[in-house]
Design a protein around this ligand. Structure first.
Ligand code: SF4
Ligand code: MSK
Length: 643
């Protein structure tokens, strides 16, 4: 396969070509070597959860040894994937809660509470007393409550109270209000083991519950606590694509998910002692850049550049310009070890949960975080002299990130009247047709970045405001779609008008995978603001992830569906097609229970069409689709707009 067929990003194409010339392997090559992949696995009809198996259902043998039918097998695999995804996000959340608590107790001296306004708000929400108390005392109580959310023996997720009342009622009626994260994950594994839950609808019902424990629980807590610790993001500039790697500086890539590591490396790289040491080593500075979600976290809060997304992790090392790559958890390919061995790059694992055989391990402990980060930065500087030939693609785009719920609220209403009212009004009057969430990974089965960026172009052209997270955000960034200037040129007239008036871009970069919780909170606020129905399922909102990789993406999809929204995945990637009943339920009947549903479509233009149809149908149902004459506004009329 030609580099152009593998990626739509020019920098990635160049690096794929160079790796091929050098005889080096990357994810695309390994996919080719793995092809054709197992058809049973693809359809979700392979079961290996007990030793009577593995079983796969065929026409000749439609039942597993235990008698499980295809519906049970597909539903169980679906639930297990979601439980794994939830574990990942929520364990990230738990780590943040632990660091948060340690900070409050003075046991993590290098971390500080940067957003105390949000800390007070959170305290109020969680019923923590603030009067006559020190910040640290308040934070300690918040930290303890947050930690308990993962394993408390009774009660339901506190963050789920943020959902509209009507949504909470639906969950209550169905018995899926999420309890402690650990309990929902454990129950998922119990139900899906041999001989337990064998009713596909009942299994999927629990898939909703465990997914909700993530979206309105573990992941939401991760976002909230990270904002208090590292600062709530507000719009700021940055740059995206491999051109951010510097030929005359020490380059450090932070890769993974938890800002616990990347924040410290960013801080250490600015340390005067480190900068002087780098200068002595002949470098013009220390350049930190990110890949995957931790990159989004750094761009959102500090404007630190992004070198690439999931599929770029091996390619950036192949530039020969990376002195050190520090990784923490999730989406770290083991293939990095082989590429790193071809260059001088030091690959370092930093958390005891995620070691890689043969890779140096330097654990990041919160008690000595900055010291460890400095050690890593020093290692990178010491490695600068070992650099060989370098090739850095000359591709990068300016981008604006930092669209937290708070910053969107502020942008729309201003400091004194921060409010979603202008957004609701402009959805009601039709200048904005609706909202789309474009999220998730990049998968070598799909041309890298192509579906995300095509979808986004199609949607903003038709006046749909896009909120994006994860590697999809980075895909957009590489193609200039998170550069307000470029994106505005592509936006439809209504969306453009609103964006220009409030000073907001048509594509809002909202952060990492856990930050999908920001999308949920924003949707809940739209409902609360009024005029667009009384439940999330009434909103003209849809989500899509056509390049999904991780089990986390399926978990995100399911919590959006269980929150009442439409979610589209690529057909060849969602592993449920082997069961007609499961498909029927997920793609149709689940809507009667939850108001949301899944759909599959691999073509991004058709997927955009599908999302638009959904948005217009919701608008019809709300009665806001009364035809209005399009009118071009002059400057005076624009100023008078209520945006
Ligand atoms: Fe086979 Fe049933 Fe065991 Fe699955 S649980 S491997 S279908 S016997
Ligand atoms: S990093 S989960 S590939 S978005 Fe969050 Fe990217 Fe998907 Fe990993």
């Amino acid at each position: 396969m030609e580099p152009k067929e593998r990626s739509s990003n020019k920098a990635s194409q160049e690096m794929i070509g160079r790796m091929a010339e050098a005889g080096q392997q990357n994810a695309w090559d390994r996919l080719e070597a793995q092809s054709p992949q197992c058809g049973f696995g693809k359809q979700g009809i392979c079961c290996r959860i007990c030793s009577m198996g593995p079983c796969r259902t065929t026409k000749k043998a439609p039942l597993g040894v235990c008698g499980a039918d295809v519906d049970t097998i597909v539903a169980r695999n679906f639930l297990r994937a979601i439980a794994a995804g939830v574990s990942a996000h929520s364990d990230h959340g738990r780590t943040v809660a632990e660091v948060f608590l340690a900070t409050a107790k003075g046991e993590a001296p290098d971390y500080k509470f940067k957003d105390t306004t949000k800390l007070y708000k959170l305290a109020e929400e969680l019923g923590v007393k603030t009067k006559d108390r020190q910040i640290n005392e308040i934070a300690e109580d918040i930290g303890k409550i947050a930690l308990a959310e993962f394993g408390k023996p009774e009660g339901t997720q506190l963050m789920a109270r943020r959902a509209p009342k009507s949504r909470q009622e639906i969950w209550k009626k169905l018995g899926i209000t999420p309890r402690a994260v650990d309990r929902e994950v454990t129950e998922s594994l119990h139900r899906s083991t041999m001989g337990v839950d064998q009713d596909y609808k009942n299994i999927i019902k629990h898939a909703s519950r465990v997914a909700l424990a993530d979206g309105w629980g573990g992941a939401m807590l991760a976002t909230e606590l990270q904002d208090v610790l590292f600062g709530t993001p507000y719009p700021g500039r940055g740059e995206v694509n491999m051109g951010v790697i510097k030929s005359d500086q020490v380059n450090i890539i932070v890769h993974g998910h938890e800002p616990i590591l990347s924040e410290m490396i960013a801080a250490a790289s600015q340390d005067s002692e480190m900068l002087a040491y780098a200068e002595k080593a002949g470098s013009k500075g220390i350049n930190v850049a990110g890949t995957c979600c931790t990159a989004n976290e750094l761009l959102m809060r500090h404007g630190i550049p992004i070198a690439g997304n999931f599929l770029d992790q091996e390619l950036v090392i192949a530039t020969g310009a990376i002195e050190l790559m520090a990784v923490d958890v999730q989406c770290i390919m083991q293939g990095l070890t082989t590429v790193a061995q071809c260059y001088h790059t030091k690959l370092i694992t930093t958390t005891d949960k995620a070691k890689i055989h043969g890779v140096e391990h330097i654990p990041m402990d919160e008690a000595t975080a900055l010291t460890t980060a400095k050690k890593l930065v020093k290692m990178a500087i010491d490695n600068y002299k070992n650099r060989g030939d370098v090739y850095i693609p000359n591709e990068k785009k300016p981008a604006v990130g930092g669209f937290s719920f708070e910053s969107i609220n502020y942008m729309l209403g201003g400091r004194f009247r921060a409010s979603f009212r202008p957004l609701n009004d402009n959805i009601i009057n039709g200048r904005i047709r609706g909202i789309a969430g474009i999220v998730g990974c990049t998968n070598p089965k799909v041309q890298q970045d192509f579906t995300h960026t095509t979808l986004v172009r199609e949607l903003i052209k038709r006046d749909v405001l896009v909120l994006t997270t994860g590697c999809a955000t980075i895909a957009c960034g590489k193609q200039g779609l998170t550069n307000p200037k470029e994106a505005l040129e592509l936006a439809g007239p209504g969306l453009r008008e609103v964006c220009e008036t409030v000073g907001m871009p048509p594509v809002l970069a909202c952060g990492s995978c856990v930050d999908n919780s920001r999308l949920l909170v924003s949707c809940a606020e739209i409902v609360r603001e009024g005029g667009l129905g009384d439940d999330l399922s009434a909103l003209p909102v849809a989500g899509a992830c056509l390049e999904s990789v991780s089990e986390k993406a399926i978990a995100i999809g399911q919590y959006f569906v269980a929150s009442g929204l439409l979610v589209i995945f690529a057909k060849e990637i969602l592993p449920v097609l082997g069961s007609e009943n499961v498909c029927n339920y997920l793609f149709n009947d689940i809507e009667k229970d939850l108001g949301g549903r899944w759909a599959v479509e691999s073509d991004p233009v058709k997927a955009a069409e599908m999302m638009l149809q959904h948005i217009e149908a919701k608008r019809d149902a709300l009665g806001i689709n009364v035809k209005k004459e399009r009118k071009l506004y002059d400057m005076e009329e624009r100023r008078a707009l209520t945006v």
